[in-house]
Design a protein around this ligand. Structure first.
Ligand code: PLP
Length: 404
């Protein structure tokens, strides 16, 4: 048994609250740098520290960890040649069947899905236009977005030559529609910030014959979202592959109407004279994405949710054991819809700032990444390995206790 697993086992066997002093000695002797099964520890060789991810699916933290079924699929893909277009055709069909939608393709992340979908809508099946992107001068090239749905990621749309038109109300939206309008774009995460909700948005698209797209990058769980929006009538729906789905971080899913996905594919490799050539996904990511999706669909989501709740409660309870500390468990309504924890405290009683706590967590052994701001520490457990919540709970407790 390696020392990390030994520690987890030891911590798991300890009665939790009140056992911190005992656990402390254990921790000090047992933590070492993690080693890999294959023998070569690349991150250590490179002088990089790995960490417990108590933050969430952040690109800067390399997203999520892939289950063995996914890495097996990737390794399998690396051993044989296959025709790339044929592979995408077959996997597209397979995913469409699994998700009960018309068609699908594996993209380079949700951002890549947005770019190729936008490019497809701009060019249709005009191969001459495909070569000209991002120059769309004189073409219909406008994408309509609600003001409350504005986000930096919309650069995926403007990168390929679209012009963003912002609207507030349904009335504004209808007024903004012209011969130049090619797409209506919706950001699921910001649903609460926009006046026009899903069904109305879709019906406005249908009424005016303009395709609709929904960015659902961080919107599993719930698993139902993988089906909900294509069935609702959105023409295109995009997910990140390496967030809740735990597929390759550089992959994503574009689901929806065949004609739009086929148009999007015209911009992707193996085709070279395209805006999407740099957004390549090869067989390894395509198979990894498929395996991750299959695994996700088979998962016991209720059980997983219960585990997350228990983990969050454990961390919450241990922090609350310190006078002056209060916690709040919440679930964001859309995007990163998982049990989440905010920890705050009276800094007259616990004399340390949240920024300093985050720094101590990051710089400690093992390193722990959290989020938050100048008032709170923010935690989720869905990207952790089971058992790590005990280490996180104990470290937070120790750091706060030390500041009393
Ligand atoms: C993460 C995210 C993206 C980008 O997705 P990638 O899979 O990293 O390309 C786009 N939109 C939203 C709302 C996101 O959260």
């Amino acid at each position: 048994m390696n020392s990390r697993r030994k520690l987890l086992k030891t911590l798991a066997s300890l009665p939790f609250i009140g056992s911190f002093t005992g656990a402390k000695a254990v921790e000090n002797t047992l933590f070492e740098a993690p080693s890999t099964l294959a023998g070569r520890d690349f991150f250590k060789e490179l002088g990089l520290r790995t960490f417990i991810n108590a933050a969430g699916t952040y690109t800067s933290m390399t997203g999520s960890l892939m289950p063995k079924e996914v890495t097996d699929a990737i390794n399998y893909g690396a051993t044989e040649y296959v025709n790339l277009d044929d592979l995408q055709d077959k996997v597209g069909e397979r995913i469409a069947e699994l998700l009960e939608c018309e068609y699908a393709t594996v993209s380079s992340g949700c951002f890549g899905a947005m770019s190729i979908a936008m490019a497809g809508v701009l060019c249709g099946n005009d191969t001459e236009k495909v070569k000209q992107l991002p120059n769309t001068e004189g073409w219909p090239n406008e994408v309509i977005i609600q003001e409350g749905h504005q986000i930096g990621y919309a650069q995926a749309l403007t990168n390929v030559g679209a012009k963003v038109v912002l609207v507030k109300t349904a009335k504004d939206l209808e007024k903004a529609i012209s011969k130049k309008t090619v797409l209506l774009w919706y950001l699921n995460a910001n649903t609460e910030n926009g006046e026009i909700k899903w069904e109305e948005f879709v019906s406005l698209g249908k009424k005016h014959g303009i395709p609709t797209f929904i960015d659902c990058a961080a919107d599993v769980p719930p698993v139902s979202n993988l089906f909900r929006f294509t069935k609702m009538g959105f023409d295109m729906v995009a997910f990140s592959g390496g967030k809740g789905l735990r597929g390759p971080q550089s992959a994503g899913l574009l689901l929806g109407k065949r004609k739009y996905i086929e148009a999007a594919r015209m911009h992707t490799p193996p085709r070279g004279e395209t805006i999407g050539r740099g957004m390549k996904v090869n067989k390894e990511e395509v198979l990894g994405m498929l395996a991750a999706l299959e695994l996700y669909l088979q998962k016991d989501h209720k059980k997983e949710w219960q585990l997350w709740e228990e983990q969050i409660e454990l961390i919450s309870n241990s922090a609350q054991a310190i006078e002056g500390v209060t916690t709040e468990i919440h679930v964001p309504p859309h995007a990163n819809h998982v049990p989440s924890l905010r920890i705050r405290w009276d800094q007259n009683l616990v004399k340390i700032t949240p920024n300093d706590v985050r720094k101590k967590l990051r710089e400690g052994h093992p390193s722990i990444q959290t989020v938050g701001n100048s008032e709170t520490i923010g935690i989720t457990t869905w990207m952790m390995a089971p058992g790590q919540e005990r280490i996180v709970a104990k470290r937070i407790y120790d750091i706060l206790k030390e500041a009393v």
